[in-house]
Design a protein around this ligand. Structure first.
Ligand code: URA
Length: 290
């Protein structure tokens, strides 16, 4: 089978599939295949209720509801609460309770694996918790597992993880003296951005993770990590390279937002900035005796 692409080239079905997989679209999201070369099926007509030919009458019998054209008073105006947000609040409460009950990183790992409040778990292969040394003085927190991380159950083991490892090696860090995790523990399908609800559901575990590890320095890898843990909506290109303080649970830990290695792979010209951030991390660790 051949298909047509907008650049005017004819692609084989295999090439198209490879393109989808490389772009992260490697999952089916429906049970039945969809033939997008065909026009959408017409929607079935919805039967309209038969119009009443009776004038509304206050004399109409109470049981005859069809004759009622009663307009209720407008309900009081309330701020809309989305059901998704409500369930995110419930998930956050459950996550907070489970996370606070943990007194070690091992307990927290088990609590995350047992948590059912994040919908991403249903489509993920593995829970991705952390890799490296939890006693390390530097903790790196990224965004969410990708395909390789989901398959192997460890964070940053794919292409961007390999770049992150090379960046760490440049400041003499590896799994023996660095600790790596994410703000999301399950892979978002197709590598989409995590939703606010998913971030809210995982955040209590992330905060407890930091409180248990107590690193001297945190590297916030990418915009989601920075936004989640610093509570800012500023873009990562503005935030990166500037030290912030992660203040929570009585901790005040220097935190450096950095460009995500996946971003650096797409924009290799920014590696100079990334190198500066690595040097800044190394200097801060030296200052703090770490
Ligand atoms: N990107 C992340 O942010 N985390 C991973 O674990 C892998 C890729």
């Amino acid at each position: 089978m051949h298909t047509y692409d907008p650049a005017g080239e004819t692609l084989s079905a295999g090439a198209l599939l490879r393109f989808y997989v490389e772009s992260g679209a490697d999952e089916c999201i429906g049970d039945a295949p969809v033939d997008r070369t065909q026009p959408p099926a017409a929607k079935p007509a919805v039967a309209k209720p038969a119009a009443s030919n009776r004038a509304p009458s206050s004399q109409a019998p109470i049981s005859d509801t069809a004759a009622f054209t009663f307009t209720p008073a407008a309900p009081p105006v309330r701020a809309p609460v989305s059901p998704a947000l409500l369930s995110a609040q419930a998930a956050e409460t459950a996550a907070t309770k489970a996370a606070q009950a943990c007194n070690s990183v091992e307990e927290l790992k088990a609590a995350v694996a047992a948590f059912e409040g994040c919908a991403l778990k249903a489509t993920a292969t593995n829970t991705v918790f952390a890799r490296g040394n939890p006693a390390a003085t530097i903790m790196l927190i990224g965004e969410a597992p990708g395909r390789d991380e989901d398959a192997q159950g460890a964070p940053f083991v794919g292409q961007s993880g390999q770049l992150l490892d090379r960046m760490l090696a440049a400041i003499q860090r590896d799994e023996s003296n660095a600790y790596i995790s994410n703000v999301i523990f399950w892979r978002p399908p197709g590598n989409r951005d995590p939703s606010p609800e998913e971030i809210i559901a995982c955040r209590p575990f992330v905060e407890r993770h930091i409180a248990l590890v107590r690193p001297k320095v945190i590297a916030l890898v990418g915009r989601h990590a920075a936004a989640t843990l610093l509570g800012t909506s500023q873009g990562i290109t503005k935030l990166r390279g500037n030290w912030h303080v992660y203040a929570k649970d009585g901790l005040n830990i220097p935190a450096l937002p950095m460009l995500h290695p996946a971003y650096l792979l797409r924009q290799p010209g920014l590696k100079r900035e990334a190198w500066r951030d690595m040097l800044s991390l190394a200097l801060k660790l030296e200052e703090l005796g770490g």
